[in-house]
Design a protein around this ligand. Structure first.
Ligand code: ZN
Ligand code: FE
Length: 256
């Protein structure tokens, strides 16, 4: 008995996920950016979709929502405060602190604004899974389209505080580009160097780098490490606040 996860690529670099409780048959999709991809994953697994959990309003996450909902009758969970066109498709608006169930598994809703203001992440403590949308990536974090660096740093601190054996299921395959940047701000980090060569190996074989563990991200993702002495020294920001260092790292990534 387990919560099974089917991961599949869609669009250029998105990952979709289906979660299935094999005892109750409940099945959840994380986002719905491309209806045909989700429908063929459902067909492949033979699972009947009962829930859709939306992370945020960007098209690559919700473009297929209306079609997937119509085809499956699944119940849609998503941000309480979001664009009207998305609100119209949400059956169960949720926010920070809310809990929802997929079969026997409970998911906590964590608000992580920064990339967008409506961003939600879904955390299953019982199965050690975090669905981080476009907030936390392998060696990266989301671009600041609607929020600011201060907001994003607050959000990432919530994620960093989760148990380190949590697996992070992020919504894009951005590891190679993120790796090149991470090395540029944290060149002495041995764990990062090892991880980057592992990532290159995976991508050479066209294998996903998602999911990764929160332990790995905490040791190597510069966006979770503005309090690291070596990074601070490299940026010449020894006496600055964590937020100031994070802001500088985010700004450098935008120029990279
Ligand atoms: Zn996005
Ligand atoms: Fe996205």
């Amino acid at each position: 008995m387990a919560l099974l996860c089917k991961q599949f690529p869609y669009n250029d670099d998105n990952y979709g996920f289906l979660l299935h409780d094999d005892q109750t048959g409940n099945t959840a999709a994380i986002d719905a950016g491309c209806a045909p991809s989700y429908l063929s994953a459902l067909q492949e697994t033979g699972w009947d979709l009962t829930h859709i959990l939306v992370t945020h309003h960007h098209g690559d996450h919700v473009a297929g929502l209306a079609e997937l909902k119509k085809a499956t009758n699944a119940s849609v969970y998503g941000p309480k405060n979001t664009k009207q066109s998305l609100k119209d498709l949400i059956d169960n608006p949720v926010c920070e602190g809310d809990m929802l169930s997929i079969g026997r598994y409970k998911f906590n809703v964590i608000e992580t604004p920064g990339h967008t203001l409506d961003m939600l992440n879904y955390y299953c403590a019982g199965n050690k899974m975090l669905f981080s949308g476009d907030s936390l990536f392998v060696l990266g974090c989301g671009r600041l389209f609607e929020g600011n660096a201060s907001m994003m740093w607050q959000s990432l601190q919530k994620l960093r505080a989760l148990p380190h054996d949590t697996m992070v299921y992020s919504a894009h395959e951005y590891a190679l580009a993120n790796a090149a940047f991470a090395i540029s701000v944290d060149p002495q980090n041995k764990a990062l160097q090892d991880r980057v060569s592992h990532i290159k190996n995976l991508r050479d074989k066209d294998l996903p780098t998602v999911p990764s563990s929160l332990a790995q991200e905490s040791e190597t993702n510069p966006f979770l490490r503005p309090d690291d002495e070596q990074i601070r020294e490299h940026l010449n920001m020894m006496g600055e606040s964590d937020e100031a260092v994070f802001t500088e790292i985010r700004a450098r990534k935008d120029r990279f």
